[in-house]
Design a protein. Structure first.
Length: 355
């Protein structure tokens, strides 16, 4: 029996399982999934968990059950690529014939002094739970500073405004306008929503230091009862420390077939892979589809195409609380209740399909 080991039950890992199971997995192959948690976590919804508008159970989806699937719950410590083993904390190594690495990402603090020690995060379910407790235990009138006005920061700020209207919320961003990678129309729409709902946008900010209850913008101290960091991500530290080629962001350089160069048995999916697009759940799922296709061809000794089709992203959607949203669908801007309705529908379909 060949053992296909999938490290990480994120969006890429789940799509791989969904494509192989129940009917496409060859009889001579078994899958071992390794993850710290006994369920798949909807990372795109951690902002709502941290804000207190959904429960912990709402961001969990059970892993599939199948005779060809073994699940090992453990913490990955590294990889022995020569011996073809996954190294786990306080557990025996797991051998593999083929390996898919999908360990996800963590916060990138950009060397800002005190940021790692004095801010809260929504990059993992454990950290999102901690952030929820801190934010929802704050007394009325407290100040919450959110550093980074990308999609995560915007969604957290808007959701927290609806959850805790008694808080003073500040959203810091380096650009002149938030969501700078989006069309101007969407940036202005979101800015108007924040202005209407009493969220202060601090544009052209430069966070130089963070101390307990103090955030320094251009070296000017600003009192903050809690600071949440949403200003960038980087691959998991285990990936960053792997002795393989990486790009300038610390992501693993891969071939057009998604494997490490000169190693057709190790694939990288999601936030850890060097790709032309920014990391996203859609991108990880698109990669996963192609990796399954490649593995099936290799197992059947079929010739691979020289390159794979470009992964097409359908769009991106963000929420502004429970009633409004924004985004790009087929490269067309959408705003308001319609955008929020689309996002809610996609989330429902995802959970229903994987349940």
């Amino acid at each position: 029996m060949k053992n296909l080991v999938v490290v990480g039950g994120g969006y890429g890992g789940m799509r791989i399982l969904a494509r192989f199971l129940p009917n496409q997995l060859p009889d001579d192959v078994k899958i071992t999934l390794i993850d710290r948690n006994p369920y798949h976590c909807l990372k795109t919804e951690y902002y709502a968990l941290a804000a207190g508008t959904i429960s912990d159970q709402d961001v969990r989806v059970a892993f599939p059950e199948h005779p060809g699937l073994d699940i090992a719950y453990g913490e990955v410590r590294g990889f022995d690529l020569e011996e073809k083993k996954v190294l786990l904390k306080d557990m025996k190594p797991v051998p593999y014939d083929d390996l898919i690495i999908g360990l996800g990402c963590e916060d990138n603090y950009h060397n800002v002094p005190g940021a790692a020690e004095n801010t809260y995060s929504i990059q993992s379910i454990e950290k999102s739970r901690e952030t929820y407790k801190v934010l929802n235990d704050l007394p009325p009138g407290s100040t919450v500073s959110i550093v980074g006005a990308g999609l995560s920061g915007v969604e957290l700020a808007s959701e927290l405004r609806e959850s805790r209207p008694d808080l003073d919320i500040k959203l810091f961003d380096r650009g002149k306008h938030i969501l700078s990678s989006y069309p101007v129309r969407l940036s202005k729409y979101v800015e108007e929503w924040f202005n209407t709902n009493g969220v202060e946008i601090v544009s052209e900010s430069n966070i130089t230091k963070i101390e307990p209850n103090l955030l320094y913008n251009h070296d000017e101290a600003i009192n903050s009862d809690a600071v949440v960091w949403t200003a960038g991500v980087q691959p998991n530290i285990i990936v960053r420390e792997m002795p393989v080629e990486k790009d300038g962001h610390g992501r693993i350089v891969i071939t057009p077939h998604h494997n490490i160069p000169n190693n057709e048995h190790v694939y990288v999916v999601g936030d850890c892979a060097s790709l032309p697009h920014a990391p996203s759940a859609q991108l990880a799922e698109g990669q996963a589809e192609q990796i399954v296709e490649i593995l099936l061809k290799r197992w059947n000794n079929e010739e691979l195409p020289e390159s794979m089709p470009t992964i097409k992203l359908k769009g991106i959607l963000g929420s502004l609380g429970k009633k409004h949203g924004f985004g790009l669908v087929a490269e067309r801007p959408v705003t308001g209740r319609f955008a929020r309705f689309i996002k809610s529908g996609i989330l429902w379909l995802y959970k229903y399909h994987n349940a």
